[in-house]
Design a protein around this ligand. Structure first.
Ligand code: ATP
Ligand code: MG
Length: 287
């Protein structure tokens, strides 16, 4: 799945499902080049084909959000981005990443909705009875996931498990930072007629031990965005959750695949629709 490029001065070091990482050939340079590809993943599988321009769109959106959150320490580093990847790469500090995906949910859907139906809880947190798919939660919840090593699936974990992984103080810091950033971002989205239903942050520590917001932020890969007007008037889940994100891909895949073997190739119209919605999100949010 790697599309390692020949970038003068940089050496390919890692490919995730969506991003390719490069380190400087100069080993004294502690920066990282994070290149977003057009690959799309769902249920932790990389799908075919990619979504045209996705890497550039998500990089643009991450940068925009880092700028909105300028007082939150982040991983962006100074320097020139190589021309070949100028529109889809970020220069970042190479951080010591924490093994927790910091998910915040303001609305009930996805794996949260599945757990709620089974047990009335989300990540072990009890919720009021009678909620339905797409409902707003009484308050935003921090629902962490363990960032599984490559090839394994991330799993939802309790706050207690987060404490076991990173310690009590760090776990509380991650929770508080995640909830605060979500609340700010949701208000910014709301002013543009968008609901930020949920999102996932990743944090890492720099060489001075400072906690920094890393990876991509508040993109349509890492978040669910819905149209606020459609949510308010819609009656079916599909109408309420008119999404500007990867949900289009997840929904199609869930309806056409039993998660065994190789996923089917995405049809052209799903690819085109996803690309169009990603562009529309950026237009609406950043206008
Ligand atoms: P996996 O790591 O399991 O492959 P993924 O499929 O989510 O996860 P991508 O998102 O495609 O991976 O790749 C980005 C990778 O870069 C992630 O592992 C992420 O944690 C890591 N990363 C992001 N920002 C930084 C940073 N500043 N320093 C170090 N690693 C980072
Ligand atoms: Mg990732």
């Amino acid at each position: 799945m790697s599309e390692a490029l020949n970038i003068p001065g940089w050496r390919h070091t890692y490919s995730g499902k969506v991003r390719d990482l490069y380190v400087p050939e100069d080993s004294a340079d502690a920066r990282l080049l994070v290149v977003a590809s057009d690959r799309v993943s769902a249920f932790d599988f990389v799908l075919e084909p990619g979504i045209p321009e996705k890497g550039a769109l998500l990089t643009h959106l991450s940068r925009w959000w880092f700028a909105q959150l300028e007082d939150v320490p982040n991983h962006l580093a100074e320097g020139e981005i190589p021309d070949v990847v100028a529109d889809r790469a970020m220069l970042a500090m190479s951080l010591d990443m924490l093994p927790v995906e910091c998910v915040v949910r303001g609305y009930l859907t996805g794996s949260g909705w599945l757990e709620y139906q089974a047990s009335g809880t989300v990540c072990g947190i009890p919720l009021p009875a009678g909620l339905t798919d797409g409902d707003r939660l009484p308050e935003p919840l921090f629902t962490p996931a363990y960032k599984a090593p490559m090839g394994e699936h991330d799993e939802n974990i309790s706050f207690e498990k987060t404490v076991e992984l990173v310690g009590a103080e760090r776990a509380a810091q991650l929770r508080d930072a995640s909830l605060a950033i979500y609340t700010r971002a949701a208000a910014i989205a709301e002013a543009k007629g968008l609901i930020l239903a949920d999102t996932k942050f990743e944090f890492g520590l720099d060489s001075d031990g400072v906690l920094r917001l890393a990876d991509e932020v508040l993109t349509s890969d890492s978040s669910r965005y819905w149209d606020a007007a459609a949510w308010a008037t819609g009656t079916t889940p599909a109408e309420r959750m008119a999404s500007f994100d990867k949900q289009i891909v997840r929904n199609w895949l869930a309806a056409h695949w039993d998660k065994q073997g190789t996923p089917p190739v995405l049809p052209d119209e799903i690819v085109a629709q996803t690309a169009a919605r990603y562009r529309e999100l950026i237009e609406r949010l950043t206008a």
